[in-house]
Design a protein around this ligand. Structure first.
Ligand SMILES: [Zn+2]
Length: 575
C-alpha cells in the first residue's frame, strides 16, 4: 500500500487544502458537504446474486468472496460504458501495478474496500460534483454564458440546429428536463468521454466524437477493471509523464487551456493519465436546492437537489496530436503521423471486427493497448476467467448519436510456442475473409434475383442481410476458432477444417437467399431469374471459386478461369 501512495506523493504534497491528514489516514466522510464521486454511493451495480446496489467506487470489491459486484446497472447503457472507464481511470491513476507479478496477485486477491479508499483519498478533491471550487469535469471559473437545458448533456439529444429545423423525430425534446445530481454527473462524464462536435468551438472528446472502446471483460467488475489496468511504465510511455501537477492529470483543477485562438493540447502538454480524464467541453452545472422533493426524469428518484440547466462556453480543451488512448483501437491513415482512434459504425460489433479489434491488421488497424497487453503478456493461465472482448460505442450521425451498440466476443488464448499464435492469426484472417466474400455474394445475388438489371436498380439498404449473416454464423465461427489450436498441434492438413467453415457460410448464404429472393413484389418476381441468381450464388460460394480458394488457401481448380468465369468474377467484385 505504502508503495502506491509513494507514487502519488506529489498529489498529497501539493494538494491538501482541507487537511485530509497524512497518507494512509482514512477519509473523514463528514468532511465532504458536497456531492463527491469518491465518497458517495452513486454507482449502480448488480451483484452475483442478482441483487442491485449503489456503491461508492471504493466499495468495488466489498463482499468479494460471497456476493461480488459483477456488473454496472445504470439507467442507460452509455452511462455504463462511461462509468466502467471512470473506474479503470481511477484505479489506473491511484493503484497501477508495478509489474506483472503484482498484477497477477491483485487479480486473484483484490484490494479490500479500505485499501481502495485509502488509495483514492489523495485525489478526492478532484471529484466534487458541486460546490464553489474545482468541480469534477467542469470548467473552473466559468460564470457566464447562456443557461443550457440539462438534456443537452445527453449524447442523442438534438442540437440547436435540429430543434430549429423541427426534425427531432427520434429523440423527443422536453422529455428530460430535471435531473438528480447523480444522473447529471453520469451524463456529464459520458459527454466529456464521448463528446461529438457541438458546433463551432465546442470540442470533441480526446478520441473524437463517439469513440469505440474495447475492454477485456472479466467475471466480476473488479476483474474487468483490473484486466484493463496497465503498468505505470506503460502509461508513462504514452505521453509527457514529467508533468506532475494535479491539473496535468485532472484539467479542471486549473483554468481551462482554452482553444479560442486555435491552441491545441497535444500529448506533450499533459500527463498521459489525462486520457482518462479529458475535458473537451467547458461546462458548469447549475445546481438548485428545491423546497420539495421532485422526481428525476432519468432515474425516477425523488430528490431535493436538481439540475435543470448548465452554463457552457466554446473554446474548451482542443486535444490534438500524439494521443493514443489505451482503451481504444486505432488505425493508421496515409500521410498522417498520428494514429487515429476508431469510431463506431452501423451494424455493431461481431466477429467480422475481430481483425483490428483483437488481432492487428495492416488495413483494419491496431487493437487497443489493453487488449494487446492482455493477449501478449497476461492471458496465459487465465482460462478460468473465460475473458471476453467487450466493445461498445455510438453510431454517430455527425453531431448526435443515432444509437448505442455493444458486443462481446471470446478471447481465446493461444501460446506463442512454435509460431502457434502467428499461424492461428493467419488462419482466423482466412476464415473472416471467406465470410466477407460470401456475405457480399449473398447480397449481390439477392439483388440479381430481385431485378432484371441490378446495376441500375434502386440502391436499397441491404445491411440487414449482412447483420443476419454475421449474427447467424457467429457461434460457428467461435467453435471453429476453438478447434483450431488442436488442428495445428496434431499437424493436420488444414483443408478439411477450411472446407467445413465454407459449408457453414454457404448454408447460411443459401438460407438467406431462400428467404429474401422471393420477397420482391410478386408480380415482378421472375422464377427463372431467381433460379439463375441461385445458381450464381452456389458458384460463388463453391470451394472451386477462385476468390474463395484464394481466401481459404485451397488448391484452385484450373478450369474455373475460363472466359465466363472471369466475367462473373469481375461483375461480383464491382457490386
Ligand atoms: Zn436521477
Amino acid at each position: 500500500m505504502k508503495k502506491d501512495l509513494e507514487t502519488y506523493k506529489y498529489l498529497i504534497h501539493t494538494w491538501d487544502p482541507v487537511g485530509t491528514g497524512p497518507p494512509g489516514a482514512l477519509p473523514r466522510m463528514e468532511v465532504s458537504v458536497t456531492n463527491n464521486l469518491i465518497h458517495d454511493p452513486w454507482i449502480p451495480v448488480v451483484r452475483k446474486s442478482g441483487g442491485h446496489d449503489r456503491v461508492p467506487p471504493w466499495r468495488l470489491t466489498d463482499r468479494y468472496m460471497d456476493d461480488p459486484v459483477v456488473g454496472l446497472d445504470a439507467s442507460r447503457a452509455d452511462f455504463n460504458g462511461a462509468i466502467v472507464q471512470f473506474l479503470i481511470g481511477l484505479v489506473q491513476t491511484t493503484l497501477p501495478p508495478e509489474n506483472g507479478r503484482e498484477w497477477r496477485r491483485r487479480l486473484r486477491m483484490p484490494p479490500t474496500p479500505e485499501e481502495l479508499r485509502t488509495a483514492f483519498e489523495p485525489i478526492v478533491q478532484a471529484f466534487d460534483l458541486d460546490g464553489d471550487g474545482a468541480r469534477f469535469m467542469q470548467d473552473l471559473d466559468l460564470s457566464e454564458g447562456e443557461p443550457t437545458p440539462v438534456d443537452r448533456l445527453l449524447m442523442e439529444m438534438p442540437g440547436e440546429q435540429t430543434l430549429k429545423k423541427n426534425i427531432d423525430h427520434f429523440q423527443k425534446r422536453y422529455t428530460v428536463q430535471c435531473c438528480c445530481l447523480r444522473c447529471t454527473g453520469m451524463a456529464l462524464l459520458t459527454l466529456q468521454t464521448n463528446a461529438p462536435s457541438g458546433g463551432r468551438g465546442h470540442r470533441t472528446s480526446l478520441r473524437g466524437g463517439g469513440p469505440l472502446t474495447t475492454l477485456v471483460l472479466g467475471r466480476t467488475l473488479w476483474e474487468t477493471v483490473w484486466l484493463n489496468t496497465l503498468e505505470e511504465r506503460q502509461i508513462d510511455a504514452l505521453g509527457n509523464a514529467a508533468l506532475r501537477e494535479p491539473s496535468d492529470t485532472f484539467p479542471w483543477l486549473a483554468p481551462t487551456r482554452t482553444s479560442t485562438g486555435g491552441e491545441v493540447t497535444t500529448s506533450l502538454d499533459a500527463h498521459p493519465l489525462q486520457m482518462y480524464w479529458g475535458m473537451p467541453r467547458r461546462i458548469r452545472l447549475q445546481v438548485t436546492e428545491e423546497e420539495r422533493e421532485v422526481e428525476c426524469d432519468l432515474c425516477g428518484d425523488r430528490v431535493t437537489e436538481t439540475v435543470t440547466t448548465y452554463l457552457t462556453k466554446d473554446g474548451g480543451v482542443n486535444y490534438k496530436g500524439g494521443w493514443r488512448h489505451p482503451l481504444t483501437p486505432h488505425t493508421r491513415v496515409k500521410n498522417d503521423p498520428d494514429l487515429l482512434p476508431r469510431h463506431g459504425q452501423p451494424g455493431g460489433v461481431t466477429y467480422r471486427n475481430w481483425l483490428g479489434l483483437v488481432q492487428s491488421h495492416p488495413e483494419r488497424g491496431i487493437p487497443a493497448q489493453v487488449v494487446t497487453t492482455f493477449r501478449e503478456m497476461r492471458a496465459a493461465d487465465l482460462e478460468e476467467i473465460r475473458p471476453r472482448l467487450w466493445a461498445f460505442g455510438y453510431d454517430m450521425d455527425n453531431m448526435k448519436a443515432r444509437c448505442w451498440y455493444e458486443g462481446t466476443m471470446p478471447l481465446l488464448h493461444v501460446g506463442e510456442e512454435g509460431g502457434l499464435r502467428e499461424r492461428f492469426e493467419a488462419e482466423i484472417g482466412r476464415l473472416i475473409r471467406a465470410a466477407e466474400l460470401v456475405v457480399s455474394s449473398t447480397r449481390s445475388c439477392i439483388r440479381q434475383a430481385w431485378y432484371e438489371d441490378p446495376k441500375n436498380a434502386p440502391t436499397g439498404d441491404l445491411s440487414f442481410i449482412d447483420a443476419r449473416f454475421w449474427q447467424e454464423t457467429e457461434a460457428a465461427f467461435y467453435r471453429q476458432q476453438a478447434a483450431l489450436p488442436s488442428v495445428f498441434e496434431r499437424n493436420e492438413d488444414p483443408a478439411p477444417f477450411r472446407l467445413s467453415w465454407l459449408r457453414v457460410l454457404r448454408d447460411e448464404a443459401m438460407a438467406l437467399f431462400g428467404e429474401y429472393s422471393q420477397e420482391a413484389q410478386i408480380e415482378l418476381a421472375d422464377p427463372r431469374r431467381i433460379a439463375r441468381a441461385r445458381r450464381t450464388l452456389l458458384m460463388y460460394t463453391s470451394p472451386k471459386n477462385r476468390l474463395i480458394a484464394q481466401a481459404l488457401d485451397l488448391p484452385a481448380e484450373p478450369k474455373t478461369t475460363g472466359k465466363r468465369g472471369r466475367r462473373v468474377e469481375k461483375q461480383r467484385q464491382s457490386t
